[in-house]
Write a protein that binds this ligand. Structure first.
Ligand code: TXA
Ligand code: MG
Length: 356
């Protein structure tokens, strides 16, 4: 049975959930990006349950969420001391410290050498581990009370759209996990930026809630992710789905709704594609911005994402899920320019729309 608590109204629920984590159970909790499905990161058996609840392949590593108790500029050294991180090079340590000071807690995940206490199941057998300090009071309190770092992927069924509300978590995982802490809709709505600090210069493996320019302002130019670039033309034969995934979302259908997702270049193309699909007997849902509302009046079902990139990011997954629930065959959305937060949004649209 899955117990659901409103963690805002019932603060005692966080203490209860922390007990569940300590006993090796699974707790879904809000972060500033999306809901995570957490287990004690130091307990291999508990982490194994995360993979089976999600039906996630064991070659896709999890993010280790750390608390604020070991925060501040010295948290990187503390993580090494606690053997959550392994020995860092002088450069890695300097860069990690700068980034932690600038952006933690926040939507930035750092890939660094794995410490001895992190079981291999967390990292899909790799000698690196992804760590981040989430910027959400419920997540931070849960980690603090659990007394351990929490390994958590997004709290959705494998390959599906990440959850941005407690209801989304239940839609995917009810009956498969112990607790859901409801903290309301997540403020950013797009997953964290994953940055690999074992590369020189560091490389973004997944664009996310922290934009590239902000990272570059602190540590200088980043390297391009070759794997992501190779995918731009569609499914890449270079990606072997059986190997540990160097970069998230490289599996052929990640971040995908049930309906087919299609990206149009312009509003005119969006409307024309809708007409063509409907003439073939298909049902079509539109995901649009406020600016497209007038042109798309009367073309139900329509889900409006808002007016700026922040609201598009916040509402995108809810929109995909809502149109899925409406039962449409195809979801149409307009292209987003890959600038600022648009880089992460465009990335998710690209992955979600990849042919099955
Ligand atoms: O915002 C987020 O990052 C959310 C919240 C819950 O924190 N978490 C999340 O987790 O999106 P997940 O598992 O859905 O995506 C994390 C990605 C994985 O796809 C994985 O490939 C990558 O991070 N990752 C984890 N460990 C890694 C490692 N050692 N090396 C490279 N990539 C890694
Ligand atoms: Mg995920």
């Amino acid at each position: 049975m899955t117990r659901v608590f409103d963690a805002r109204a019932e603060p005692a629920a966080i203490a209860f959930a922390a007990d569940v984590i300590r006993q090796g159970g699974l707790v879904a909790f809000p972060t500033e990006t999306v809901y995570g499905l957490g287990a004690n990161a130091l307990d291999a058996d508990a982490v194994a349950k995360v993979f089976s609840a999600k039906q996630r392949l064991l070659n896709d590593p999890l993010i280790v969420h750390i608390g604020a108790a070991n925060g501040g500029p010295d948290c990187i050294a503390a993580l090494v001391e606690q053997s959550i991180l392994g020995a860092l090079s002088t450069d890695q340590e300097a860069i990690a410290r700068k980034l932690a000071r600038a952006f933690w807690p926040g939507p930035l995940t750092l890939v660094l050498p794995r410490g001895q206490r992190i079981p291999l199941i967390v990292t899909a057998g790799q000698d690196t581990v992804a760590v981040r300090m989430p910027n959400h009071p419920i997540a931070l309190e849960l980690i603090r009370r659990s007394g351990a770092p929490i390994a958590a992927p997004s709290a959705n069924r494998f390959g599906h759209v990440s959850p941005t509300t407690a209801q989304h978590v239940l839609d995917d995982l009810a009956g498969r996990i112990d607790v859901v802490l409801d903290g309301g809709p997540t403020p950013i709505g797009i997953e964290s930026t994953v940055l690999d600090l074992t590369e020189t210069p560091p490389m973004i493996l997944r664009p996310g809630g922290l934009v590239r320019a902000q990272i570059e302002a602190v540590i200088g130019p980043l390297r391009d992710c070759a794997a992501n670039r190779a995918l731009d033309g569609g499914d890449s034969p270079a990606v072997d789905e059986a190997r540990p995934q160097p970069s998230p979302g490289l599996l052929s259908r990640h971040y995908a709704p049930r309906a087919e997702l299609r990206v149009a270049r312009t509003t005119a193309e969006l409307i024309e594609t809708r007409r063509a699909l409907m003439s073939r007997g298909l049902s079509v849902g539109l995901l649009i911005t406020d600016a497209q509302q007038a042109d798309c009046a009367g073309l139900a079902p329509v889900f409006t994402l808002g007016y700026d990139l922040e609201s598009v990011g916040r509402n995108l997954y809810a929109g995909l899920r809502a149109l899925d629930s409406a039962g449409v065959d195809v979801i149409l959305v307009s292209e987003v320019e890959a600038q600022g937060l648009g880089e992460a949004i465009a990335d998710r649209l690209r992955h979600g729309s990849r042919r099955r």
